[in-house]
Design a binder for this molecule. Structure first.
Ligand SMILES: [Fe+2]
Ligand SMILES: [Fe+2]
Length: 271
């Protein structure tokens, strides 16, 4: 149990601290050169999460769980701070105080949601309080389906308008994931009656099919961007970043599917 807590904590931190570090980089890229204060703040968070990422790889297997609990708290604070920074930037953009900056408001909102998710995960891990499997399945899918729908929209809007075929494909993914998100929300509003094994299993299967094909699309886009074969304003690191987030979602779906088939109805395992 202690081993699982340590492994799970470090896995979340290794994945998400790199993501937070890259968000800082994307924010900085989008600021105007005169926004030196915001640039400094973005650099501060880049270094903060790089330090956290490095530290997360430095623990030995026999580390005291209390040390990891302490580390989770420390990272929780950092995630709260970057969340507040992102929301501040969103406020500045939405009140038109940064004309000419180049991050979409939806992207800034999106990365703040990811920070909030990370923060909640750390909190839950430290509480040792695991949601019932059925609740976790619906909540996690609602979160990630919206993330995937947003990614499709970002890709569609950051491709050069002359990349008509790829932009069409991105729009189709956007529509597909919007529909899946609504389906997930329907299931959410029908709870707890909707939380049957066959319905949840079908829900996961259906989501997995679409996430796989979006993941493949992102992988292709990433390669085309890296090889400079398509016209866009997508940074290669952003293409890789959204690809990794799709892979993460697939891992979570598989984990849930495994837990569902394995353990019947009332088991409280959360990734
Ligand atoms: Fe992200
Ligand atoms: Fe994302």
């Amino acid at each position: 149990m202690a081993d699982a807590f340590i492994a799970r904590s470090l896995n979340e931190i290794q994945f998400w601290s790199r993501i937070m570090k890259e968000h800082s980089f994307f924010l900085r890229l989008g600021f105007r050169c005169e926004d030196t204060q915001l640039i400094n703040e973005a650099n501060y968070f880049y270094n903060l999460f790089e330090g956290i990422e490095q530290k997360s790889y430095s623990f030995r297997e026999d580390v005291d769980p209390a040390t990891i609990q302490q580390f989770n708290m420390e990272v929780h604070t950092a995630a709260s701070h970057i969340w507040a920074f992102k929301r501040k930037v969103l406020g500045l953009i939405l009140t038109c105080q940064l004309p000419g900056q180049t991050n979409f408001p939806l992207l800034v909102d999106h990365i703040s949601r990811e920070a909030n998710y990370f923060r909640n995960r750390l909190f839950e891990l430290n509480q040792g309080k695991l949601e019932p499997l059925q609740d976790a399945i619906i909540d996690e899918n609602v979160f990630f389906l919206k993330i995937m729908a947003d990614h499709a929209k970002f890709i569609g809007h950051l491709l050069d308008p002359s990349e008509r075929k790829l932009a069409d494909q991105a729009r189709e993914f956007s529509h597909d994931f919007d529909q899946l998100l609504y389906q997930a929300k329907d299931l959410e509003s029908m709870r707890p009656q909707s939380q049957t094994q066959p319905l949840l299993s079908q829900f996961l299967d259906q989501n997995r099919v679409s996430v796989k094909s979006l993941r493949d699309f992102k992988q292709t886009a990433k390669q085309l961007i890296e090889q400079c074969r398509i016209k866009s304003i997508i940074h290669p690191l952003l293409a890789d970043h959204v690809f990794r987030e799709a892979e993460r979602f697939l891992e979570i779906i598989d984990m849930f599917e495994g837990a569902l088939t394995y353990s019947g109805q009332q088991v409280a395992i959360r990734h």
